[in-house]
Design a binder for this molecule. Structure first.
Ligand SMILES: *Cc1c(COP(=O)(O)O)cnc(C)c1O
Length: 229
């Protein structure tokens, strides 16, 4: 049952948060990609309001069918030609990984007269994941984004490479947190480091111990995904 899974995940989140030296609040994002509207409603009825999708089309389809008070998070790679479809539907874009994408978001946000919250996706490990910017490019990119009036950078996101043992991901999470502290210390206009989006089903407790403020959980909450339908 989805509601039982949520209870168990929330307990683990609370436990990890009390073990964390940073005393942060942790937001649970239910990653509903490939899952039907009925599953999302079940999670909604258990009190979940933050949902993550990785495809623009799927997010838009579900957006129209589900309650208005859901906060939609775009967590997957975003192509510039799709930005306009989601610009006024999402509360946070986790996966900004190029200046070109940021400029496109700025353009459509300006046209809609809104300010869009984003995270920068950083590729810490250079394994598995092909998306995310290299840490060496981060500061120069942030300085340019800080000029964009319709974008507010709220923090960083990363995906740790899949490991059997989540302890192996700990250095990745620690490095992202250290990076966010270094950036915060630069006091760049318009750049905030209050969100660290890190941790998925396999590694979220370790991520929280390392300071995560947003965990993106799919499989442990909704069950395994079937991509062949
Ligand atoms: C699918 C996905 C998740 C959730 O992964 P699970 O292992 O199913 O919890 C988290 N983050 C991103 C970016 C994803 O695409």
């Amino acid at each position: 049952m989805i509601s039982d899974n949520i209870v168990s995940i929330k307990n683990k989140i609370d436990e990890a948060a009390s073990a964390s030296p940073y005393g942060q609040d942790v937001c649970l994002i239910a990653v509903s990609k490939t899952k039907p509207v009925s599953d999302i409603l079940e999670a909604y009825d258990s009190g979940i309001r933050d949902f993550g999708e990785n495809k623009v089309q799927e997010l838009c389809d579900k957006y129209d069918k589900l309650p208005e008070d859901i906060r939609w998070h775009l967590i997957g790679h975003l192509q510039t030609n799709k930005v306009r479809f989601i610009i006024d539907k999402v509360c946070l874009i986790h996966s900004v990984d190029s200046l070109k994408l940021a400029s496109t978001i700025e353009k459509y946000a300006a046209a809609a007269d809104i300010v869009v919250d984003i995270l920068i996706q950083v590729n810490i490990s250079h394994e598995d994941t092909k998306f995310g910017i290299d840490r060496s490019e981060l500061v120069s990119m942030l300085r340019q984004i800080s000029q964009m009036e319709h974008i507010r950078v709220r923090g960083l996101m990363t995906i740790a490479p899949y490991c059997e043992d989540p302890e192996e991901s700990r250095p990745v999470f620690r490095e992202l947190r250290n990076l966010s502290i270094d950036i915060d210390a630069l006091k760049i206009d318009n750049i905030h480091m209050d969100i660290l989006s890190m941790g998925m089903s396999g590694d979220f407790t370790v991520a929280i111990e390392e300071g995560s403020t947003m965990v993106r959980i799919g499989t442990s909450l909704f069950g395994s995904r079937n991509y062949n339908h």
